[in-house]
Design a protein around this ligand. Structure first.
Ligand SMILES: Cc1cc2nc3c(=O)[nH]c(=O)nc-3n(C[C@H](O)[C@H](O)[C@H](O)COP(=O)(O)OP(=O)(O)OC[C@H]3O[C@@H](n4cnc5c(N)ncnc54)[C@H](O)[C@@H]3O)c2cc1C
Length: 238
């Protein structure tokens, strides 16, 4: 059954990084969602031309409220409009929630490893929020890769992290002063040291650009994680 289109009212907009914005939406009739699900957003021009794209939900379930965090892709058709043109008071068409595989259920007590690259942090942030809101005691670890500190999404939340969630940053172009990890792409040492041992049988959620996801998933398999416990979501080209 196709999910119907709904009207979303934009009630707030936050700057996450110089090139990413969070839109806070109130959606009439929103049925609720699980962390990790996404929505389709449809834009329609006056001449009837329309374009739609998928966006992960950045927030945990909270009534009719849904947050989307959009990275502006230069020359993109939809993302520059959402990030730079849409303002509070505007309306968008949206349908969802979509997806039943890349989701974390708050009833689960299994250890969780989150691995995000760039905007791939968005659904993982929803999982962290859902864990917090549910008072879950599931063991979580996050490995988060960004080019440089100023490209960190939800930076204020990571500045005062949940003490029981271990967060490891991978900086690929420039690291903050005092960082002990050399600048460079995600490697085996990052996931070996800052992930869970395969014996713990963690559920692994990997999200980001296609190349990042493939690298991270291959490392996890090489480290001994069962492929069926590795769930991936690809956002697009590298
Ligand atoms: C399930 C799912 C969830 C997603 N969640 C998010 C999210 O939470 N936040 C978010 O910002 N994006 C997310 N995306 C990506 C999003 O759907 C769009 O692909 C992205 O916003 C670009 O759309 P656009 O219309 O601006 O660019 P387009 O007009 O489609 O493309 C313009 C150019 O950019 C390239 N391009 C397209 N997508 C990307 C990309 N992701 N990265 C780099 N280059 C790209 C294209 O190859 C093309 O050359 C998600 C994608 C999927 C499939």
């Amino acid at each position: 059954m196709t999910t119907p289109w709904m009207i979303a009212n934009v009630v707030d907009k936050r700057v996450e990084t110089p090139s990413a914005h969070t839109l806070v939406l109130d959606v009439d009739g929103w049925p609720g969602h699980l962390a990790g699900q996404h929505v389709d957003v449809r834009l329609t021009a006056e001449d009837g031309y329309s374009a739609q794209r998928s966006y992960s939900i950045a927030s945990a379930r909270n009534g009719g409220r849904v947050e989307l965090t959009v990275q502006t892709v230069p020359d993109g058709e939809v993302s520059p409009y959402l990030a730079d043109v849409v303002e509070p008071g505007d309306q968008l068409e949206l349908r969802g929630p979509i997806g039943g595989w890349f989701v974390w259920n708050p009833d689960s007590t299994r250890p969780v490893l989150l691995v995000g690259g760039g905007s791939g942090i968005v659904p993982l942030r929803a999982m962290l929020r859902a864990r917090h809101d549910a008072g879950s005691r599931a063991l979580f670890r996050l490995v988060y890769s960004v080019r440089e500190p100023m490209e960190t999404y939800f930076a204020d939340e990571f500045a005062r992290p949940d003490p029981v969630v271990d967060v490891h940053f991978v900086h690929t172009r420039r690291a903050p002063v005092g960082s002990r990890r050399p600048v460079g792409r995600l490697g085996i040492a990052d996931l070996n040291t800052h992930g869970w041992p395969p014996d713990f049988e963690p559920d692994c959620f990997v999200c980001g650009p296609t190349g990042f996801v493939e690298t991270a998933a291959n490392i996890l398999v090489a480290l001994g994680h069962e492929p069926r416990r590795i769930r991936t979501e690809r956002f697009g080209p590298t």
